[in-house]
Design a protein around this ligand. Structure first.
Ligand code: OFO
Length: 165
């Protein structure tokens, strides 16, 4: 069983994961219509992963006797001022998600909810990877540079980003 507070925090997290899925879809759309096909592909995949995260927490709340709330998403950013801004936003979003998980874990510690704490471990590992990938993508902008065919080159390298940690 989970407490009402933890249930509430997990439902908020479900909403955040749904928002991440929607935001990545928006990023995929922006990249797609601006000719960055590989990055679009990358963000479609990220969006799918966020949907899986959402469902993972959703199932956990149900399994633990709680009420999982199907989230609505609004205020999803549609326009980005540059290719680089898309990736900056992606990194910011992942850092915020990591912080959000830390807050839930802190609450679990307080309540001695070691079951939920253990469940959260998977997400901490996942966040390590997500932050790495977002940071790596941003590094490409500095390494390759945006001038000339730079952005086209960056887009090509985005699909090769992988994490082995
Ligand atoms: Fe990438 O955020 Fe979900 O967990």
């Amino acid at each position: 069983l989970i407490s009402a507070d933890i249930e509430n925090l997990l439902n908020q997290q479900i909403k955040k994961e749904a928002h991440s899925a929607a935001l990545y879809l928006s990023m995929a759309s922006w990249c797609d219509r601006n000719g960055f096909d590989n990055s679009a592909e990358y963000f479609y995949k990220q969006s799918d992963e966020e949907r899986q995260h959402q469902l993972k927490i959703f199932h956990y709340v149900c399994d633990m006797g709680g009420t999982a709330i199907s989230p609505d998403t609004n205020n999803v950013k549609i326009e980005f001022s540059s290719f680089r801004e898309v990736f900056e936003d992606a990194l910011d979003a992942e850092i915020a998600i990591t912080q959000s998980f830390k807050n839930i874990a802190a609450r679990c510690h307080k309540e001695q909810d070691y079951v939920t704490l253990e469940f959260l471990n998977w997400f901490f590992k996942e966040q390590r990877e997500e932050e790495y990938k977002a940071r790596r993508a941003l590094e490409l902008f500095d390494l390759i540079g945006e001038e000339g065919t730079g952005r086209w080159e960056i887009d090509k390298h985005v699909q090769k980003i992988s994490y082995s940690g």
